[in-house]
Ligand binder design. Structure first.
Ligand SMILES: [Zn+2]
Length: 400
């Protein structure tokens, strides 16, 4: 499938190519895989292939009118939906609702195709549909209108109702190799070769993350700064550690904002908010004055701005993931594997720290960080979790 934008997902691409060639795509497809591995890109490859006007063997051709409309997110028979708003949920929607949701897509799919061929709906972050939204979609999954293909993209399929999952043909996507990620960054013409190579490693198998970093050079800087802060904590006492993780939260929020470009992520060119003030493209979502934020009694971000709980949780997730990366690199360098560290920029500091900490303490910390990441998905306080990690972080032995 020469026209595919997806790279490094051979099995998944083969499955999609067979659906396009055979013209027998299932009516509902579930793309499952970690965040940033390319589920949306693959869904768009499938959409382009199904809507393309070229000879079946050449689909998607990437040059016909239909392919170009898919590429520019303007095909009238391609309906996209994704998480919206401060809670980043895929909402149920409907004519009176604040954000576009499942009901809106269902209503669109009930109409005739504009171009007279297939119609494709893509739901990103499908695991972020609550039960009502999933139930609303279920009926369409059970009895889809003719020619309709619904593609659900999900990081965690266990959050989907069993009845929803059982209606879908499942395609799994795995982590992508660093060389493929490097090539994807190069395809987008976003970074010079050395930076593309660095991002290929930093992204740890997720081309979507590499592209986000490539589009936001300041995010690469903040990431390195935060990694260095965490690494330096091996040489400090408890009070300094607790203070440092508290100040890491606003930096992680800045990192998240840089990586998302400040939007709230709903795909498609349609306006995100239906009522009230429209959010200009690229503007940071208003926080603290939105009744859906639950922001009223939340801590501020150090500059007096109230930070919604969802944002603090995301920030803590970023810190925990970075921390695990630093710990993994520390363990690698300690075991003599310095050439495979995630970010070579820190190699010197990593080498010094690795010589002074107990490798077993690093291994124990990695377990705790993994458990911490799971706890964050439940309702644990982000601040308390970071505090406990700060105290568990290995300490350097005093120099002899
Ligand atoms: Zn085409």
């Amino acid at each position: 499938m020469d026209g595919a934008r997806t790279r490094g997902q051979t099995a998944a691409l083969d499955a999609i190519a067979a659906m396009i060639r055979g013209q027998t795509a299932p009516h509902a497809i579930l793309l499952v895989g970690p965040d940033g591995v390319g589920k949306t890109t693959l869904a768009l490859d499938l959409a382009a292939g199904l809507l393309c006007e070229a000879d079946p063997q050449r689909r998607p051709c990437r040059s016909c009118r239909a392919c170009r409309m898919v590429e520019h997110d303007g095909h009238p028979d391609l309906h996209r939906l994704g998480p919206a708003g401060p809670g980043r949920q895929v909402v149920i929607g409907g004519p009176e609702a604040r954000y576009r949701g499942v009901r809106d897509v269902i209503a669109e799919l009930a109409l005739m195709p504009v171009e007279g061929r297939a119609r494709v709906a893509i739901v990103e972050g499908a695991e972020r549909m609550n039960e009502d939204a999933q139930s609303a979609l279920l009926k369409t999954l059970e009895e889809p209108p003719t020619g309709v293909v619904i593609v659900l993209c999900a990081d965690q399929e266990t959050r989907l109702l069993p009845t929803v999952r059982s209606r879908c043909a499942r395609i799994r996507l795995g982590l992508v190799g660093s060389r493929d990620i490097e090539a994807i960054v190069a395809d987008h013409d976003l970074a010079d070769p050395p930076l593309a190579a660095r991002l290929g490693r930093l992204a740890a198998g997720r081309p979507g993350l590499a592209l986000a970093y490539a589009r936001a050079p300041e995010a690469v800087l903040i990431r390195a700064e935060l990694s260095r802060v965490l690494l330096d904590l091996t040489g400090t006492g408890s009070a300094a550690r607790l203070a440092a993780v508290r100040s890491a939260i606003p930096r992680a929020i800045a990192l998240a904002a840089a990586l998302t470009g400040g939007d709230d992520g709903q795909p498609g060119a349609r306006p995100t908010r239906r009522r009230g003030r429209a959010v200009p493209a690229g503007a940071a979502p208003a926080a603290g004055n939105d009744p859906e934020d639950g922001a009223t009694d939340d801590p501020d971000d150090g500059r007096g701005r109230l930070v919604p709980a969802s944002e603090r949780r995301r920030a803590a997730e970023i810190v925990v993931a970075l921390w695990a990366d630093v710990a993994r690199d520390l363990a690698l360098v300690g075991a003599g594997g310095g050439r495979s560290v995630r970010d070579p920029v820190l190699l010197e500091e990593l080498t010094a720290a690795a010589a002074a900490v107990d490798p077993e303490a690093v291994a124990r910390f990695l377990d705790r960080a993994a458990r911490g990441a799971e706890l964050l998905a439940s309702n644990v306080s982000p601040e308390l979790l970071l505090d406990s990690l700060a105290l568990a972080w290995p300490r350097r032995r005093a120099a002899a």
